[in-house]
Design a protein around this ligand. Structure first.
Ligand SMILES: Nc1ncnc2c1ncn2[C@@H]1O[C@H](COP(=O)(O)OP(=O)(O)O)[C@@H](O)[C@H]1O
Ligand SMILES: O=C(CO)[C@H](O)[C@H](O)COP(=O)(O)O
Length: 490
């Protein structure tokens, strides 16, 4: 089944290569659209944007087309612009601005402002060459909007937010241990909203973070991709929502689904003229951040894996067999005619950032001997709750006893996270996935060579930094895929 489908669609590997039962404060319905249309250029200039341009006039061939990928991760967003050979012409990143409403962060406003500040950061000389755009976002980050106005009906449910109130209902309709049978699944968030919300059900629509950001650019509501839609129950092998889900009253909220990197339509005229993008610039479906990180690593053989060491720890192993078991937080994403099996733990860089600054991480890591086994046994979590390799919403963080030496403490935390990573790969093997034989690292943690050495020792596998460690590069590959498919169809 998968083979026939992928034969129809351009595959990534055929290119140049070889996310506490929330208290529902109604999301203040803001006129978010006006902010977009009246985007103020000075706002972007005043924002701290780190942009590195490797483009100069002679880098770009006359008539060359470029591809823009944007990654909306946990702590910030990045962009990468590549040409058809995968060369990076420009890249940049920006922390999310923290707008607050009623003591909580207005994430939709933060993401929208960040989206347009990234567009503003695209070098003016490259904008007329951008042929297509794609975006990846955190998985299961769920936004419920009004299908008529596009306005949000609720605050977003973040990727790691759990809605245990919905779990009994979801477990009663889904197959045993299905991917959606986890409190952090998109379906649990949808059911929780549906059971809580009264008057807006008829006009409501569900979008994922990447879908919503892409909608701001193309203007067509209700479109998603089969990576983002996995955790609401979409079956990427059948290429449809299963009957047990379609028969539910809230199935009317579900977005339609296409393959990642599928051209949806042209960039909205108002945005196009505001920023100077070309008339034929298309916007393509996106993916999730850890899938984009896998694409960026350009691993194409079963047995190759990518560990994303971002704010969270997400592992993805390329496998010929599909496995899933919500009891352990294990699920399989589709990648063309193969499966990306894995899961996402709540451990990771965000726990490190709670204790150390990035500069301290760098300095302290210099003094770690990665060949020495740390006797410290932690389970580094920011707050109670774990998704993978154990799906336990009640799991308690363990970061004590803290030794006097910060070097020893950091060593213990890094090694404990490595042990969780190893437990994840071992679980995938026990469940029948292709045996992992090499691990590439993406995300902010990939720059820590000492951590890579610790992980290599703990995993007993070759561990190296991915060719490209930013998920934004993977999103740019999806934009390239979409543009090439569009070109082939013309
Ligand atoms: N030298 C380092 N060693 C280990 N982790 C690091 C280092 N520098 C940054 N990090 C971690 O990288 C994380 C940010 O990675 P990033 O991929 O940007 O995250 P995300 O996209 O999930 O927001 C931070 O949580 C930080 O703790
Ligand atoms: O934890 C996350 C936040 O960065 C990831 O978005 C997410 O959980 C990974 O999920 P997926 O495997 O569906 O990409």
């Amino acid at each position: 089944m998968l083979a026939s489908i992928s034969a129809r669609s351009l595959t990534i590997s055929s290119l140049f290569l070889s996310s506490s039962s929330p208290k529902y404060g109604r999301c203040k319905s803001r006129n978010l659209m006006s902010e977009t249309e009246s985007w103020n250029k000075t706002k972007a200039r005043s924002m701290s944007l780190k942009v590195s341009n490797s483009s100069s006039k002679d880098d770009v061939q006359v008539g060359e087309r470029l591809y823009l990928g944007m990654d909306f991760g946990t702590s910030g967003a990045r962009f990468a612009i590549i040409n058809k050979d995968g060369t990076i012409l420009s890249e940049g990143k920006k922390e999310y601005p923290k707008f607050t409403t009623e003591e909580s962060i207005d994430w939709l406003r933060s993401w929208k402002v960040t989206l347009f500040s990234l567009l503003e950061a695209v070098p003016v000389n490259l904008r007329p060459l951008i042929a297509s755009i794609s975006i990846d976002g955190t998985s299961a980050t769920t936004i419920i909007i009004d299908s008529n106005s596009g306005e949000p009906l609720w605050r977003p449910f973040l990727y790691n937010e759990s809605c245990p109130d919905a779990l009994p209902v979801v477990k009663s309709i889904a197959p045993a241990n299905h991917t959606v049978c986890s409190g952090t699944s998109t379906l649990c968030k949808l059911v929780s909203w549906w059971n809580t919300e009264g008057e807006n059900r008829e006009s409501a629509l569900l979008l994922h973070q990447a879908d919503w950001l892409l909608w701001l650019l193309h203007g067509k509501l209700g479109l998603s991709d089969y990576n983002n839609a996995l955790k609401v129950g979409y079956d990427p092998e059948l290429e449809s929502y299963p009957p047990w889900l379609l028969s539910q009253p809230y199935s009317q909220l579900l977005p339609s689904v296409q393959a990642p990197g599928t051209s949806i339509g042209y960039l909205k005229e108002g945005i196009r003229t505001e920023f100077g993008f070309p008339k034929d610039c298309v916007v393509c479906t996106g993916t999730t951040d850890s899938i984009a990180a896998f694409l960026a690593a350009r691993a194409t053989e079963p047995g190759k894996a990518v560990t994303s060491l971002g704010s969270t720890l997400a592992i993805k192993l390329l496998s010929t067999s599909r496995i899933e078991d919500a009891r352990f937080g294990v699920y399989s994403h589709r990648l063309d005619d193969k499966w990306l099996v894995g899961g996402a733990s709540n451990t990771g860089g965000a726990v490190l950032r709670q204790i150390f600054t990035d500069e301290q991480l760098e300095k302290l890591s210099e003094h770690i001997d990665p060949m020495e086994v740390s006797p410290l046994d932690y389970y580094p979590l920011q707050v109670v709750g774990e998704r993978f390799p154990v799906a336990d919403p009640k799991m308690v963080p363990r970061l004590h006893p803290r030794p006097k030496s910060d070097v020893e403490y950091l060593h213990g935390i890094l090694e404990s996270i490595a042990r969780i990573e190893a437990e994840g790969y071992s679980l995938l093997k026990d469940m029948g996935a292709t045996q992992v034989d090499e691990v590439f690292t993406a995300g902010g943690g990939a720059k820590n060579e000492k951590w890579s050495k610790i992980r290599e020792r703990v995993l007993g596998l070759p561990v190296s930094r991915a060719i490209q460690i930013e998920a934004a590069y993977g999103a740019a590959l999806l934009a390239l895929k979409g543009a090439q498919a569009q070109h082939n169809e013309q």
